[in-house]
Design a protein around this ligand. Sequence first.
Ligand code: HEC
Ligand code: HEC
Ligand code: HEC
Ligand code: HEC
Ligand code: HEC
Ligand code: HEC
Length: 312
Amino acid sequence: MRGRRTLHALAVALILSGCVVWTSLAPRFQPAPPAAAGVHDLEAGRALYVRYCAVCHGQTGRGDGTSAAGFATKPADLTDGRLMNALPDEFLVGIVLRGGAAEGLSPAMPPFSGFLGAAQARQVILHVRAIASPPFRPEMAPPLVTAPRAPRQPIFFSHVIHAGSFQLACQYCHADARRSEYAGLPSVERCMGCHKIIGAQDNPEIAKLHDFARRGRPIPWVRVFKVPEFTFFPHAPHVRFPVACQTCHGPIERMRVVAADTGPALLHDLKILAGFRPPPRVLTMGWCIACHREQNATRAARAPLDCVTCHH
Ligand code: HEC
Ligand code: HEC
Ligand code: HEC
Ligand code: HEC
Ligand code: HEC
Ligand code: HEC
């Protein structure tokens, strides 16, 4: 009895401490904006911007500062709300403090941690938000999502930039998802369709891409989502039904690195021991079946519950 109560306390403590997998992820804690995010901070941010950023990004933020012409990758147009508004504060603050390279962008965007504190970086971003057109609203930029066990990929490819900021459609790159068992990954040629020019001269991550293209080698991406060989999972019927990619994979467009919490699950097991009924873990059989039951009941789907359809 005592053991069980201790386990319960431990599980509750773990849950409260925020070790929550992304399936049940509430927006993660973000540092609060400066206490009175009002006129004072905005003015301070504008002054810092003029002092540190305008030389490259221009007085108005359009990317046309006096030094801009010298860069192969041009300083970003920070007023372009279509590209900027979806990027979360912590992502932009990170770029300001740690430089473009920290997100795979061109190192021509230098790190400012030697000049600005975190609070000041946030003030600058407050100014950047204020010059966006169309105007920025906080709900446009939900926070980043971090799943555990992020693999180290051969190229720092960012879904936050491609799918979040530039809003490329998932199936533009994962083009087989509608018609086959596999979703598929884009070929090197497909990447090069854009990157023959974009980032070609000064971005080391894109230099790696050019290297694979030159050697005629596929990029050895590390696989993240995988069911065992004896299980049949076809994408096409799910995508056509439709079930959104994010229902199963999480908000990929907000992941700096795609990852999933699918391995052995101490926390999950503790929750069950403590009397909770957590939803089944992603990629387990219980996860497939729970959704099939639910979709059959609520959306008149004909999702299989018999063994042979999933195991043959
Ligand atoms: C020496 C020139 C230079 C200075 C100074 C500079 N930047 Fe940049 N910045 C760049 C370049 C070049 C890029 C484009 C990087 C890319 O797209 O790969 C960039 C990109 C960015 C981005 C990414 C935008 C996006 O679309 O993801 C942000 C945000 C940014 N800068 C903010 C700032 C802020 C704020 C300051 C001042 C604190 C600043 N920059 C100072 C050159 C500069
Ligand atoms: C439709 C055009 C397009 C395609 C296709 C594309 N990209 Fe990009 N990519 C972009 C743009 C635009 C940027 C932003 C460039 C910048 O601001 O420096 C970018 C940025 C990048 C960057 C730097 C930022 C980051 O993501 O870390 C890398 C690396 C990159 N792409 C790799 C790839 C790879 C690998 C592929 C193929 C799997 C690919 N891209 C396919 C348009 C594309
Ligand atoms: C510009 C091309 C591009 C776009 C657009 C894109 N992806 Fe990807 N995706 C990739 C590449 C390259 C990888 C392999 C590297 C990685 O895991 O980040 C990948 C990996 C993934 C994976 C992990 C595959 C595995 O190993 O299990 C998932 C899931 C995924 N993408 C879903 C999405 C979703 C959902 C969207 C739309 C919101 C999307 N992708 C948009 C190129 C793209
Ligand atoms: C019903 C859940 C579900 C939906 C919806 C779904 N996926 Fe998947 N996805 C999976 C599972 C399960 C795997 C592992 C499959 C395996 O190991 O054969 C996977 C694997 C992948 C992979 C890596 C292997 C491959 O198939 O190429 C990519 C990339 C991917 N999904 C992208 C997407 C994209 C993009 C969408 C939306 C167009 C999507 N998925 C929709 C469940 C889903
Ligand atoms: C988020 C919900 C969801 C999840 C998770 C899910 N499925 Fe499904 N699945 C569906 C729906 C909806 C259909 C039925 C589509 C229809 O009626 O046409 C379906 C259909 C199928 C089919 C039948 C395909 C056909 O051709 O009739 C198979 C096989 C299948 N799922 C396997 C799996 C496996 C294996 C997993 C777990 C790895 C899984 N599904 C996870 C929603 C889901
Ligand atoms: C909707 C698809 C689906 C159906 C229906 C289904 N399974 Fe599974 N099954 C899976 C998946 C996915 C896995 C892999 C789970 C994992 O790796 O944790 C699995 C794993 C298993 C395993 C391996 C045990 C383990 O824990 O790894 C056995 C045995 C099994 N299934 C038997 C059955 C039997 C018997 C039935 C019919 C009563 C059945 N399955 C119905 C999807 C399904």
